[in-house]
Write a protein that binds this ligand. Structure first.
Ligand code: IMP
Ligand code: MG
Length: 188
């Protein structure tokens, strides 16, 4: 795996610091939004929905910095079938969690590229009348969005390059590489 890596864009140290900051921000916002409720009433109101598979590493680190009593509801989507690097639209591979009415929902993904994936998911979640829906992404490629979608939490803005590591894959591989990196041309 390491021999396929061209260069490191964001180190694991930088990621760790930023993930903690995002969690603190998210946690403060949730506390503010639920401040009119008693502690008992607040319990169980927060649902994080990680978009599989790219967000698994990010969400695993993120939730361990969140003090709220929360639940996880997974959703599986694929937007890059096979080896292609061009988005071919969104394919839902599982149903969304039910019973999101009145909940504070946070959609978590590895990267916001065209924005189509998160746009579709956000609209579907809103149909269930949650108390709020927020979007938290580790990475964003500015200028690439084809939809009008503003994520509330963004770890890093990155140049328009294909990256792998920390959950992001190329053809299913490199998700376990601990840093955000680019691949050598011969590995693609
Ligand atoms: P969007 O719907 O175009 O925003 O696509 C988002 C999804 O495409 C992400 O969840 C990733 O799975 C994938 N993706 C976009 N850019 C990259 C990249 O640079 N590396 C790996 N996966 C990517
Ligand atoms: Mg993905």
């Amino acid at each position: 795996m390491h021999r396929d890596i061209e260069g490191i864009l964001i180190t694991k140290g930088q990621i760790a610091i930023r993930v903690r900051e995002l969690a603190e921000q998210l946690s403060a916002d949730l506390s503010r939004d639920m401040s009119h409720l008693t502690e008992i009433q607040q319990e169980g109101r927060v649902v994080l929905i990680p978009v599989l598979t790219g967000s698994i590493v990010f969400v695993a680190d993120l939730i361990r910095h969140l003090p709220q009593k929360l639940s996880l509801g997974l959703v599986a989507v694929s937007s890059y079938p096979g080896k292609s690097m061009e988005s071919k639209g969104v394919m839902m591979r599982s149903d969304l969690p039910k019973n999101l009415a009145g909940k504070h929902v946070i959609l978590v993904d590895d990267i916001l590229d065209s924005g189509q994936t998160l746009d579709v998911l956000k609209k579907l979640i809103q149909e269930q009348r949650p108390a709020s829906v927020r979007i938290c992404v580790l990475l964003r490629k500015p200028g690439k969005a084809v939809v009008d979608l503003k994520p509330e939490y963004v770890g890093f803005d990155i140049p328009d390059e294909f990256v792998v590591g920390y959950g992001l894959d190329y053809d299913g591989f490199y998700r376990n590489y601990p840093e955000i990196a680019t691949l050598k041309p011969e590995a693609r």
